[in-house]
Ligand binder design. Structure first.
Ligand code: TMO
Length: 316
């Protein structure tokens, strides 16, 4: 009985989808990923508002960057609008090569994600921004009053432990759960003019509030992550920094092109510059808008930028 019921339901839903045709798939919302940093969430909402303008229903699904790949591959989510090279290239390239996700194009923005310190630290650690300076003055970054410095990292996958080992730095890594935790430790240290080194990135609102600088590690090369003999440490990988001029990409579920063609064409055109991205996050953090308010504000102010993104004559 139970089984027959289920069979009936399956057939009925199949039949409904068949007779309802493309309209029924249109009713399925496009699921846009929100990650855990500000500009990404604002861009997700800008994208969502534009899909809605095209007539598509939209849903936001929050995901860590680690979990988003499976979600995109299986269609549990469909769009991620800020894929950063420094923290995500390995997974992105691998999944795209295997056809499990689709590369929906590159923004104009160039990105950097790496160890960063406020400007007032420089005289306290001569030789910065060169990384070798950290070998001599790890102690000023100690939180225990010993010789070991503390580096604050965020919840994104970067092998900082491996880098610390490969470059023989005397640092402990403290993993923080949220980007807000990073800004809290930064703000406190900044107020006290206390040495601190933490994960940061650009474009970001941080640069309009705090003066600072990235540590210059040995320049990134892909071989650094795969060939131990490459670089200053001949036995270990990860003896380099993250890319200093990284890309910023959009990723999509492979079925999106067919399921929502006009939305997909729009996604391919979506394109942010460094300045726009920094401003988008500043609207939330410095101007105290919600992510949705920031998105709507941006859309209102920048019609000249986004209207050419809308595909002309496309029928959803
Ligand atoms: C992915 N992120 C911008 C937080 O480095």
């Amino acid at each position: 009985m139970m089984r027959q019921g289920l069979l009936f339901l399956a057939l009925a839903s199949f039949w409904l989808q068949a007779v309802a045709g493309p309209n029924s798939t249109q009713q399925r919302p496009i699921r846009i990923i929100t990650n855990n940093w500000t500009s990404q969430i604002v861009l997700a909402h800008i994208t969502g508002e534009l899909f809605k303008q095209q007539g598509y229903p939209v849903k936001y699904v929050s995901s860590s960057t680690a979990q988003q790949w499976g979600a995109l591959a299986h269609g549990a989510a469909h769009v991620q609008v800020e894929v950063w090279e420094g923290t995500m290239s390995e997974k992105f390239n691998d999944m795209a090569q295997r056809g499990l996700i689709v590369d929906a194009g590159t923004h104009d923005a160039t990105t950097r994600e790496d160890w960063w310190y406020p400007k007032y630290v420089e005289p306290l650690c001569p030789g910065l921004p060169d990384w070798q300076a950290l070998k001599k003055c790890a102690a000023i970054f100690s939180t225990q009053g010993n010789q070991t410095g503390t580096y604050y990292a965020g919840p994104w996958e970067k092998p900082d432990e491996a880098r610390v080992r490969a470059l023989a730095l005397n640092f402990d890594i403290v993993l923080l759960k949220e980007s807000d935790d990073l800004w809290r430790v930064l703000s406190k240290a900044y107020d006290e003019k206390r040495p601190i080194v933490l994960f940061n990135w650009t474009p970001n609102w941080v640069e309009s509030r705090y003066e600072g600088q990235f540590v210059e590690f040995p320049a990134y090369a892909p071989e650094c992550e795969t060939q131990p003999e490459w670089g200053v440490n001949k036995n270990l990988v990860y003896d380099c920094g993250n890319p200093a001029n990284g890309w910023l990409k959009k990723a999509a579920w492979p079925g999106m092109k067919n399921q929502w063609p006009c939305a997909y064409q729009l996604l391919e055109k979506i394109n942010f510059s460094n300045q726009q991205l920094a401003n988008a996050s500043a609207l939330v953090v410095l101007k105290k808008m919600s992510h949705l308010q920031a998105a709507q504000h941006w859309l209102k102010e920048n019609k000249n930028i986004w209207s050419p993104w809308l595909p002309q004559g496309c029928q959803p």
